[in-house]
Design a protein around this ligand. Structure first.
Ligand SMILES: Cc1cc2nc3c(=O)[nH]c(=O)nc-3n(C[C@H](O)[C@H](O)[C@H](O)COP(=O)(O)OP(=O)(O)OC[C@H]3O[C@@H](n4cnc5c(N)ncnc54)[C@H](O)[C@@H]3O)c2cc1C
Length: 400
């Protein structure tokens, strides 16, 4: 009986066929310079991040010291770089393949923070923040969800913005806000008490009246620091209103793109689950043979890689629609719901292949299993995204 190490590199000298698990050769669909950039991201995440991040996950800590290198790889500016949508998605997937929290940071940072400032902000907002954001020298958080309103947030926002002589006053509480404990500013969605419309504000986190409290004891996404943020009579300036965000529909395009990003996370996390399970099955011996020799284990591995490739096929077509400017919410919702459904199954199979070690987070399978639950729930839950798909194909809404 061989006792396997905590993890064997997915890209070791003793490589199995398809060592990077790219069975559909997705890499070849990119331009040569994008292939090079993606390889650099993959190498860095596998060699410099994947092993180290487990300790942060176990301690609920954030690796601030890793940010400069992630910036060097261009991960702080994917949303504004001249790259294809396919590259953008595959880059998120390669980050998720090492750690879902870091890909959450990259996704929110690019799709929601940079996206919102670039598209809906003022020239002053762009001049003040974009360069720093591109280098991860500034971090923003996206504050939409509230304690009493999650799935029904669009119609239920209770945080208020009241016009004052100097600007606006914000009152209310936001929940689950990623990077909320250390962000430089929050993009806050609040209801204008005068016209009842939902508006977006860029609020520096050092304003008096703001309290951010870390949510402890999460069982998933433990590297990301999520916070409950309270706004108690917070005075902000008129210039803090994002001029393009004067009603909730302004968020639609951003939320659509961020749902696509979560579909790519589901792809990357499935590759990670497959990497871990295949390595383990090839090295762990029972009954005098590697686990990979048993037909039932082979079936599990076949279903895992097939789930991952099915997700890739779906995401590839969504990226094509994005490239042609034809993507709609139904595509994004399908990407998010289907990717997260397949991920849940793939992650559970990885956990099973590791037997008892599958519940020890240093072997990675348990970490992936728990992070998969967050992918299932955030950016619109699995159910809400399924309802969006069903509404699109029946013409009947079952939720609003
Ligand atoms: C780790 C983590 C990070 C997050 N980061 C952020 C962030 O940075 N910024 C931010 O604004 N938000 C963030 N969120 C919030 C996230 O988007 C919400 O958790 C999500 O929208 C679901 O809301 P809820 O948790 O209140 O669940 P609820 O809305 O209370 O839902 C509970 C259950 O009921 C189901 N349900 C609800 N309504 C219906 C319906 N009509 N039909 C069928 N089923 C229904 C849901 O699918 C779910 O299974 C984060 C959440 C988590 C867990």
């Amino acid at each position: 009986m061989t006792a396997p190490t905590d993890r064997n590199s997915a890209f070791s000298a003793d490589e199995p066929p398809f060592p990077d698990a790219d069975v559909f050769d997705g890499m070849s669909l990119l331009k040569p310079e994008e292939q090079e950039a993606l390889q650099a991201i993959r190498r860095h995440m596998q060699d410099q991040v994947r092993d180290q991040i487990i300790d942060y996950w176990n301690r609920e800590a954030f690796p601030f010291e890793m940010l400069p290198e992630l910036a060097d790889l261009g991960l702080g500016e994917i949303a504004v770089a001249e790259r294809s949508w396919l590259f953008r998605g595959l880059a998120y997937a390669e980050v998720a393949r090492a750690d879902v929290s870091l890909s959450t940071l990259a996704g929110i940072h690019n799709e929601l923070i940079i996206g919102m400032i670039a598209q809906l902000g003022s020239d002053t907002h762009r001049a003040q923040w974009l360069d720093k954001l591109r280098r991860f020298e500034a971090i923003g958080c996206f504050a939409m969800t509230e304690p009493d309103h999650g799935s029904d947030i669009a119609g239920g926002i209770s945080t208020t913005a009241t016009k004052t002589a100097a600007g606006w006053r914000l009152d209310g509480t936001k929940r689950w806000i990623g990077a909320g404990t250390f962000a430089d500013f929050a993009l806050v969605w609040a209801k204008d008490t005068a016209d009842g419309r939902i508006k977006g504000f860029l609020v520096p986190m050092d304003r008096p009246g703001i309290t951010a409290k870390k949510i402890h004891h999460k069982t998933g996404l433990r590297v990301m620091q999520n916070a409950d943020i309270t706004f108690d009579k917070v005075e902000i300036q008129q210039a803090d209103l994002l001029p393009g965000a004067i009603e909730f529909s302004a968020a639609n395009q951003l939320l659509r793109n961020s749902r696509v990003w979560v579909g790519w996370q589901a792809y990357g996390a499935q590759l990670h689950a497959f990497d871990v399970a295949r390595d383990y099955a090839l090295s762990r011996q029972q009954f005098g043979q590697p686990l990979a020799k048993f037909q039932l284990i082979q079936q599990e591995l076949a279903e895992m890689i097939s789930n991952a490739m099915a997700t890739f096929g779906l995401m590839y077509h969504v990226a094509r629609l994005q490239q042609e400017n034809r993507v709609q919410m139904v595509h994004a919702a399908m990407a998010k719901s289907t990717g997260s459904r397949l991920l849940r199954e793939t992650a559970a199979r990885a956990r099973n292949i590791l037997g008892g070690n599958g519940i020890v987070s240093t072997y990675e399978a348990a970490k992936i299993f728990n992070d998969a639950e967050v992918i299932h729930t955030y950016e619109g839950t699995y159910e809400i995204n399924s309802l969006i798909v069903a509404r699109a194909v029946t013409g009947v809404s079952a939720f609003v």
